[in-house]
Ligand binder design. Structure first.
Ligand code: IVH
Length: 672
């Protein structure tokens, strides 16, 4: 073997080993810097020696943005599910049943966590990941290998000399850790994208994304809990799990051999509490008969193995009094009923309010005035009303009825066709809708006008100065100073922000308009496809729905929005105020000059903004984008997994490398 190949192999092994220590054992031994340098060297060597390309190399975890639909693959062994129970008694019954079936034989039980994610089957051949398939219908699933490769805790190459069989299957659960889930939902909320209800849906949705680079960004994790194959190292489940750990898989530490019903019950009471401290969602425990021979004897029903049972945790639930139901009006006019509750402690937080979502939910739950309500926090982080304690109902109390008129402006509400929502139709004169739109308009991802929050938006509206977003451009320092709590400085800050917003690119103006269903991403697509506002306003639903990612619902919403005279007038007044109403082909709209004269190279995968957004930011702040590093490069804006060749070159030329936070704070500093 030539020396380059030896070096490549050595680097791959070292990086795999560090990945294992970092993501599986949580105990890294290599510094980040050393890791990055080794990764860079490996990437360079692989690029220079394409004959040594390996799909399982640690360099292959970053994913790609190539879109492709998934291939359906038939499972080598069907993926069955477990029978479920919520009661400890039924777990005892299960154990007694096993006792009867096994006669006099002794048996052990393995207690495990039931992870609440999405299940996966992965085939390994000669120590390398061959394919990863979703459960699908249990018989066949989707080939999501490229996406699974981005999950750092799943080995692409097993640890050398650890004694794994030549070919085997592992099954486990792909999970989105709570912290990642919360950050993702925050970002989605900001972008007006639908939120994931729980980490399970988020993990499943992420695994099915067509763009594996986006999957990599979402930082999934995985626990493996089942080994299948012909030449397994041990004749029992527990030892096989421990062997899997040696090979490099992430196997939970919460696995215990249990010898009798008492130990099973202790395991249940311990984890009922302790599971709340785990970094990933669990919805119960699984009990499996340890011996593989006994498993075989016990066999399967049509759907489940007879040798295992899942015990599901009760979601945390409390009962509390309904004090009142209030109705809130959103920016789009949708009315949301909210239950105001007597404060109650649930999973460590005090719950005072819970959304009742819509009229159907109130009716289905049959909530009456003063009812005692059951509130749950299960897999969902948001408290949910799940029922009424009918025994505690006050005799003669009235059912909660949905309001017929808008609580803010008194308009007769309308029901949205095909939906459970009631809407206030008074879009242009209903105060909370207007102030909601003003707040949205000035938001950081929209026109980015500082100093106007909920309170100031209401103040501006109530003063009569701002009745729609176009009125913002008629504000003056003098007018603002007439308002309570406004001084010269705070007034000047808002006016400066308003003036600066005239440079905000067209795609963000489209987002700022509050067109129903048009979030940040859709706004960009609309802006790029139409090029300017006049075109956009004239497009038909057919033309609009021909745009990538724009369906009929959004297309109709855009057409309806521009058909309204008030909106046409707002657009006209914004145009006259100097707002960008057409796309700037090279998006070199100057926001600041902080980067003027600077040449910047972008490399790697980013978390806070996309590469395109960074490119636009560079141009908007006077900088120049360049794709290759040279002595003219001012600095490299580096994300994760920066290209190795670039890293090496930057080091060689002594060019500064900065990360995204540093870059963003550099821009913000200049704005103050
Ligand atoms: S064993 C033949 N172990 O629960 C049974 N499953 O309804 C193989 N799950 O689809 C599954 N944690 O997605 C097993 N420790 C665990 C588990 C677990 C979660 C999921 C899995 C499966 C479902 C069973």
């Amino acid at each position: 073997m030539d020396s380059v190949k030896l070096l490549i192999d050595e680097l791959r092994q070292e990086l795999n080993e560090n990945n294992y220590k970092y993501y599986v054992l949580n105990a890294p031994t290599m510094s980040d810097k050393e890791f990055d340098e080794k990764m860079a060297m490996l990437e360079r060597l692989e690029k220079e020696n394409p004959q040594y390309f390996d799909p399982c190399s640690p360099t292959q975890r970053v994913g790609s943005d190539i879109t492709k639909s998934f291939k359906q693959v038939v499972h080598e062994r069907p993926m069955l599910s477990l029978s479920n129970t919520y009661s400890v008694d039924e777990v005892t019954e299960f154990i007694n049943r096993i006792k009867n079936m096994l006669g006099d034989e002794q048996f052990q039980i393995v207690g495990e966590m039931k992870f609440d994610g999405t299940s996966i089957s992965i085939i390994y051949e000669n120590g390398r990941m061959l394919k990863a398939i979703t459960r699908g219908d249990g018989v066949q699933g989707d080939d999501v290998t490229d996406n699974v490769k981005t999950i750092r805790s799943i080995p692409l190459q097993l640890r050398e000399g650890s004694g794994y069989p030549a070919r085997f299957e592992v099954r486990g659960e792909i999970l989105m850790p709570w912290t990642v889930f919360e950050a993702l939902n925050k970002e989605r909320e900001y972008n007006e994208e639908p939120l994931f209800a729980n980490p399970r849906n988020a993990a499943a949705g992420t695994l099915k994304l067509q763009n594996s680079a986006e999957v990599a960004r979402r930082k999934l994790d995985a626990y493996l809990y089942y080994l299948l194959g012909d030449n397994l190292p041990y004749d029992n489940h527990y030892d096989n799990l421990m062997a899997m750990k040696q090979w490099g898989f992430k196997v939970s530490n919460a696995i215990k051999l249990l010898n009798n019903i008492q130990e099973v019950e202790q395991f249940i009471s311990y984890w009922d509490i302790e599971r709340k401290h785990l970094p990933v969602a669990t919805d119960g425990l699984v009990f499996k008969i340890n011996s593989l021979r006994q498993q075989l004897n016990l066999g399967y029903t049509a759907k489940n193995p007879r040798w295992a049972i899942a015990y599901k945790f009760q979601a945390e639930r409390e009962c509390t009094k309904l004090q009142s139901v209030s109705f809130e009006v959103g920016r789009s006019g949708v009315i949301t009923p909210v239950a105001n509750l007597e404060p109650v402690l649930l999973s460590g937080t005090i719950v005072k309010r819970a959304s009742l979502h819509n009229e159907d939910i109130i009716r289905n739950l049959d909530i009456h005035d003063g009812d005692m309500l059951y509130v749950e926090k299960g897999g969902e982080i948001i408290p949910k009303i799940v029922g009424v304690n009918l025994e505690a109902r006050i005799k003669g109390s009235n059912p909660i009825t949905f309001i017929t008129h808008c609580p803010a402006c008194g308009s007769l509400l309308q029901r949205v066709e095909g939906e459970a929502a009631w809407v206030c139709p008074n879009k242009y004169h209903c105060p909370p809708q207007i102030t909601g739109r003003i707040e949205h308009f000035v938001g950081r991802h929209a026109m980015n006008i500082d100093g106007i929050g909920e309170e100031v938006a209401e103040q501006l509206y109530n003063s009569g100065f701002v009745k729609d977003v176009a009125d913002l451009y008629e504000l003056t320092v003098e007018k603002l100073m007439l308002l309570e709590r406004f001084g010269l400085k705070s007034a000047q800050r808002i006016i400066n922000g308003i003036n600066d917003s005239k440079n905000v690119p067209f795609e963000r103006v489209v987002f700022a308009l509050s067109i129903p269903y048009v979030g940040e991403t859709v706004a960009k697509k609309l802006a790029y496809a139409s090029k300017d506002i006049d075109n956009m306003m004239q497009m038909t639903t057919e033309q609009l729905s021909a745009i990538d990612e724009i369906g009929e619902k959004i297309a109709q919403s855009v057409v309806d929005f521009f058909a309204i005279t008030e909106n046409q007038e707002i657009v006209e007044r914004l145009r006259n105020a100097g707002i960008q109403m057409h796309i700037n082909e090279n998006t070199a709209i100057t926001k600041s000059v902080i980067l003027s004269g600077k040449t910047i190279v972008i490399s790697g995968v980013f978390n806070l903004h996309s590469r395109d957004e960074y490119k636009q930011l560079i141009e908007a702040n006077g900088g120049k984008n360049s794709s290759s590093i040279s002595s003219k490069t001012t600095f490299v804006l580096a994300g994760e997994n920066m290209g190795p060749a670039k890293l090496e070159k930057a080091h060689k030329l002594g060019i500064k490398i900065i990360n995204e936070q540093e870059f963003l704070s550099m821009l913000n500093q200049d704005e103050q």
